[in-house]
Design a protein. Structure first.
Length: 157
């Protein structure tokens, strides 16, 4: 599986400015199931090898796969109560299949990392990339407004 054509990824160095990006991998229904067993095995093996490569270079922060959309439950707030419906929130042709959080220098670097994903190259579906929002300052402001100690030292009585 070692693909000599795969570009070497420079490791993420601590201290260097890096952004985190969420990558939402969508699957076209029936595409994976329509592959032969050998094609599915090759695709999965190459995807897992690529993820190992991303992890080893410090770019893969986290990854999760999702169960099919029919297992989803969507919650709404209606008339002061929680209301649920079976299935995903959005009705789309593609199904959200998995999520990765990558660390990259910038959006172009994130695109470079994702574009090497074998599942993407095999045409299983599109991948959406979005920068993660840093809420740390908003959380600190909220804690200050709510009278919480944000210094970590605690307040002396």
């Amino acid at each position: 599986m070692n693909n000599p054509a795969r570009k070497a990824l420079p490791p993420v160095h601590k201290g260097r400015s890096a952004m985190k990006y969420i990558c939402l991998g969508y699957l076209e229904p029936g595409k994976f199931e329509g592959m032969t067993e050998d094609e599915r095995h090759r695709t999965l093996d190459e995807c897992f090898e690529h993820n190992d490569h991303l992890r080893a270079s410090g770019h893969l922060v986290s990854e999760v796969a999702l169960q099919p959309p029919e297992t989803a439950l969507t919650l709404y707030w209606k008339n002061g109560k929680v209301v649920t419906t079976d299935g995903p929130y959005a009705e789309t042709k593609e199904q959200l299949g998995g999520i990765q959080i990558l660390e990259a220098r910038d959006l172009n670097h994130a695109v470079q990392l994702v574009s090497q994903q074998p599942g993407f190259k095999f045409g299983l579906g599109p991948i959406e990339i979005r920068p993660l929002a840093d809420l740390s300052e908003m959380i600190k402001e909220s804690e200050r407004r709510r009278g919480k100690d944000t210094s970590g030292a605690g307040l002396a009585s």
